[in-house]
Design a protein around this ligand. Structure first.
Ligand SMILES: [Zn+2]
Length: 297
């Protein structure tokens, strides 16, 4: 009898512990975000089977294949409906998303991952170096973290490392590890065919620096300066025909394309724009390194 009571007690304790950790977590997505992040935007075909399905500035990409579709980035928690309706406007099914990918684990790119994963049953694949942040809702992020979850925590189905291939139907994407902005920021490269030719596409996660702290003072990310250095070096040498990025503003989407424009992938061929954007960020990095190295106090 006593044993039964203990068992019952343990069962109830277990039940409440599970309930607490699964539902009890409060998500505090930062509220003061640029209006362009949540402003609706019309979806369009970038090239071949690659489509833009994000908000005005938070880029989400849909890659369609014969075996279902891949969605890269989901914007804010409130973006689910916009992404779903964008996918449907293009004539595809939301529930055909089989794989979810991200360019880095910040709330403005993964806010709706948990919900979209739940609604579609898609497999989430993330760079192993961002897996911890993804699973704690951003709490352990070196810059944005520390104040509770900023997005709904979610567990990845597959952890990726540099150079890994993601396959679905006839699509093959290679994940490139570009750390610094987060520990597991990454880009993707893949080929896209249309009736004219094959394009080598780069979805680049640009290495913007968001911390005002000295790199040396970031104890939860001791390799940050080295990681940024590596990323700038390796991103300079990626061959591509077309590039896009995590934010529309980073690759000047709205100058290259206006809604209603006819299909013209060549507007996204912009080697110079990529080099200029990268070199601008590299200058900011060099300047930060220079200042921090010479600081005497
Ligand atoms: Zn970010």
């Amino acid at each position: 009898m006593q044993q039964f009571a203990i068992k019952k007690f343990l069962f109830i304790l277990f039940f409440f512990t599970v309930a607490f950790f699964s539902c009890g977590q409060k998500v505090n997505e930062p509220k003061k975000t640029p209006p362009d992040w949540s402003k609706p935007y019309q979806p369009f075909r970038i090239v071949g089977n690659l489509y833009y399905v994000g908000t005005y500035d938070l880029a989400s990409y849909l890659i369609t294949t014969s075996q279902g579709n891949i969605l890269i980035n989901t914007g804010l928690a409130s973006s689910t409906q916009q992404i779903k309706s964008n996918i449907e406007k293009l004539g595809f099914k939301f529930t055909d998303i089989k794989i979810l990918l991200i360019t880095h684990a910040h709330f403005d790119h993964v806010g709706a991952v948990a919900e979209i994963k739940k609604k579609t049953g898609a497999k989430l694949m993330v760079n192993a170096a961002d897996a911890q942040v993804v699973s704690d809702g951003g709490q352990s992020d070196y810059e944005v973290g520390g104040k509770g979850a900023t997005f709904n925590p979610v567990t990845a189905d597959r952890l990726l490392k540099d150079g890994d291939t993601i396959r679905l139907g006839d699509a093959q994407l290679i994940m490139l590890h570009h750390p610094g902005h987060t520990k597991g920021s990454n880009s993707f490269v893949f080929n896209v065919k249309d009736q004219q030719k094959t394009f080598h596409v780069l979805i680049a996660n640009m290495p913007t620096i968001i911390t005002a702290k000295r790199f040396d003072d970031i104890s939860s990310y001791p390799n940050i300066a080295k990681d940024y250095g590596y990323t700038f070096k390796t991103m300079k040498n990626i061959p591509f025909d077309i590039w896009v990025s995590s934010h529309a503003s980073q690759f000047n989407l709205h100058e290259k394309y206006k809604f209603g424009d006819k299909y013209q992938p060549s507007v996204f061929i912009d080697q110079k724009g990529y080099e200029a954007a990268l070199s601008d960020l590299k200058k900011q990095y060099d300047e930060k390194i220079r200042k921090e190295a010479y600081r005497t106090e």
